[in-house]
Design a protein around this ligand. Structure first.
Ligand code: ZN
Length: 209
């Protein structure tokens, strides 16, 4: 087989984790099939399991929370403007009954020194079962009472800020153990710890290739 017969999709399918290529404007150009399907189904979004549905859409459509969308755009801008070509950060991507610790790698792909696209790759670091937390189950809009309290979830570590304890970020398990309501409405933000951690990662010392 000649190397030029290996397509981008073949390569993405062969990479561990969920891998996808995003153009400089933030549109998804290609993604690996197998892991993407598993990932979408595990996260209660089977409609997104087909890479053909995802290809051509903007990455921001799949990022929950304005703060996390801005952080992602900021990472891509900083990679384009700096000598650095990659960043990595840890995050949690839970489903109602599973705790998943993940690591995201984002790499700027260049050709002859010219930026071409970004390679995203998210790897599962660990996964374990927990009693289901209905707060994280996908819900149809309109089913929640407008009187329900609003709980802010950190887009990176998934800790929750309880409305009655505004300064405290609780892990989802602590939230449930402290009588946190399951009918709360969830908005997304970034907690102070993750803001500092992610900021240090993006704007700290350049990582050596
Ligand atoms: Zn956080």
């Amino acid at each position: 087989m000649h190397l030029d017969r290996i397509t981008t999709r073949t390569l993405l399918d062969a990479l561990p984790g969920v891998a996808y290529v995003v153009d400089l404007e933030g549109r998804i150009l290609a993604c690996g099939q197998g892991p993407w399907r598993e990932f979408a189904e595990a996260n209660g979004a089977p409609a997104l399991a087909d890479p053909r549905v995802v290809t051509g859409r903007t990455l921001t459509e799949f990022i929950e929370g304005e703060a996390a969308r801005e952080a992602d755009a900021c990472i891509r801008r900083s990679l384009l403007l700096s000598r650095r070509d990659r960043v990595a950060y840890d995050f949690r991507c839970d489903s109602p009954d599973r705790i998943r610790r993940m690591r995201m790698h984002i790499r700027l792909l260049r050709d002859g020194g010219e930026p071409q696209a970004f390679l995203y790759q998210s790897l599962l670091l660990s996964e374990r079962q927990r009693p289901a937390l209905p707060l994280f189950a996908p819900r149809l809009p309109g089913l929640l009472d407008e009187e329900s309290p609003i709980v802010t979830a950190c887009s990176y570590c998934k800790r929750l800020r309880h409305p009655s304890m505004l300064q405290v970020w609780l892990t989802p398990e602590e939230y449930a153990g402290n009588g946190g309501r399951n009918d709360a409405r969830v908005s997304h933000g970034i907690c102070g710890d993750c803001y500092a951690r992610v900021n240090a990662e993006f704007f700290g010392e350049p990582e050596r290739s």
